[in-house]
Design a protein. Sequence first.
Lengths: 115, 110
Amino acid sequence: GENVEQHPSTLSVQEGDSAVIKCTYSDSASNYFPWYKQELGKRPQLIIDIRSNVGEKKDQRIAVTLNKTAKHFSLHITETQPEDSAVYFCAARKSSGAGSYQLTFGKGTKLSVIP
Amino acid sequence: DVKVTQSSRYLVKRTGEKVFLECVQDMDHENMFWYRQDPGLGLRLIYFSYDVKMKEKGDIPEGYSVSREKKERFSLILESASTNQTSMYLCASHGPVEQFFGPGTRLTVL
């Protein structure tokens, strides 16, 4: 099955600096890679995703890059703000057959933005 | 707006009790999931279902069972609760694009 590794497990940055979280996956058939943000006491929510036919996607201060050859993808947050403090999860998914919507998650990165 | 709801936010049970956690989604999604979330271990898949009355084991199914009698409802059952099942339980529903999570149930087994 799929295996997703996520690094680092914790990350502290100064407000205004950039943050990068990296994930690797094992199954070359995976073709959809979402990122979820979980604020303290709340449910995980999708913040950005990328499909395997795209190398990069941006949405304001967040961007995701994908390297299919190396089987890794990264989340980039620029100009970090205190409200970016949360746990971030990466995930990978194949999309064919029964159970095709099963996501495999990384173990999460706790991001702390220091004012 | 997709809504995934869970029957309880907090639950305290005793060892050996049978525990039911219920999840309901209102978007006619076929795929539903149960995860447990523990510090440092991320989201681990317990069971999932891709259709009514269909169920598949995830990565950690031992000690759990599930029921999907109706499309909108997916129940997680702890047949005989144990202290190592103390955790946050998250239900999710997956549509054609995105997976949505419920608010979670924090279960404590004493």
